[in-house]
Write a protein that binds this ligand. Structure first.
Ligand code: ATR
Length: 293
């Protein structure tokens, strides 16, 4: 692609940024869709103030859009012109879209997860959901499930106090008491039915691939579908345990794919064709060395 006077810039701010797959996603999209756009990583060291300087600097430099990753997903919010309502509730943004006078923040991690689930035929509406974890990722997933009309949501965490805080916050902000906090070890007290389980902890992440938050097979008897936000490895211990108990299991790479697709669509006001989505997914799998049937 020729970089010329009309080339638009998008980028990622975070720390660290060098292992990101986002440039692969967005530069391939730009190439496939013949957009004059380049996507680059920007290392932003420091905290709140530096994140703010980066957002204001990007706007001054006419940067079209930004992704935001750890540790700045909350830091950038005070520097935005607007925040989308789901991102506002979650309190974290990963995508900034240029609007007159500044950027509007979105959380395409969650809209991306939703789209990834839809693409696998997983239904959230009225589903009984188990969320494993109560950190930033689990909290965002709890908001997504509540907003998408899930039935009963159980938030299971090693530290009960953290699960209680998240459950309370989601219930208050979403205006319905739909999240029940629970200690991980109390899973045998769950009502006897089949659940969609979303694994939102870092347990099982490469290189600790033999770990799972719960290892007892009895727990996995309760699960019809298991979704792990982890994609490295592409078949986690959690996924293996779900499958061994007869359930369907998915890793998080499509979530990463669709958070990027959603961001690209917001920046460029386009709908990325399904054929292109598939091509990008294949490219991501190749980058990660994932071979799937
Ligand atoms: P993130 O923001 O990526 O979600 P985080 O805020 O560090 O990450 O949260 C990590 C989650 O993984 C927490 O729910 C944590 O449980 P605690 O709240 O009890 O700390 C969970 N977690 C991490 N290691 C764990 C382990 N070995 N067993 C069970 N849960 C674990």
């Amino acid at each position: 692609m020729e970089i010329n006077g009309k080339t638009r810039i998008c980028g990622l701010i975070g720390n660290p940024v060098e292992h990101t797959l986002s440039p692969v996603i967005h530069n391939t999209l730009a190439e496939k869709l013949s957009h004059n756009l380049v996507y680059v990583p920007f290392l932003v060291e420091g905290g709140h103030e530096e994140a703010g300087a980066a957002v204001n600097g990007a706007y001054a430099l006419n940067v079209l859009g930004m992704n935001v990753t750890v540790p700045h997903k909350e830091n950038v919010i005070p520097y935005l012109k607007e925040t989308d309502s789901l991102a506002e509730k979650i309190g974290a943004v990963n995508t900034l879209v240029r609007i007159p006078g500044g950027y509007k923040g979105y959380n395409t991690d969650m809209t991306g997860l939703y789209r990834a689930m839809c693409s696998e035929g997983i239904v959230l509406k009225n589903a009984d959901v188990l969320i494993l974890g109560a950190g930033g990722a689990a909290r965002a997933v709890a908001f997504l499930c509540a907003e998408q009309g899930a039935g009963q949501i159980y938030l299971l965490n090693r530290t009960l106090g953290k699960a209680e805080l998240v459950a309370e916050e989601v219930s208050v902000k979403c205006g319905r008491s739909c999240v029940i906090p629970m200690q991980l070890s109390d899973y045998d007290k769950l009502p006897d039915r089949k659940y969609l389980a979303i694994q939102c902890t870092s347990v099982g992440l490469y290189p600790d691939t033999e770990d799972a938050v719960i290892t007892e097979p009895e727990f996995y008897q309760k699960i019809h579908t298991g979704y792990d936000l982890i994609y490295r490895p592409s078949r986690t211990k959690f996924m293996r345990l779900v499958e061994e108990a007869g359930g369907e299991a998915y890793h998080g790479l499509k979530m990463l794919l669709y958070q990027g697709i959603n961001a690209y669509e917001l920046w460029n006001h386009v709908n990325v064709p399904e054929k292109t989505v598939t091509e990008i997914y294949e490219r991501m799998k190749k980058e990660l060395g994932i071979v799937e049937a």
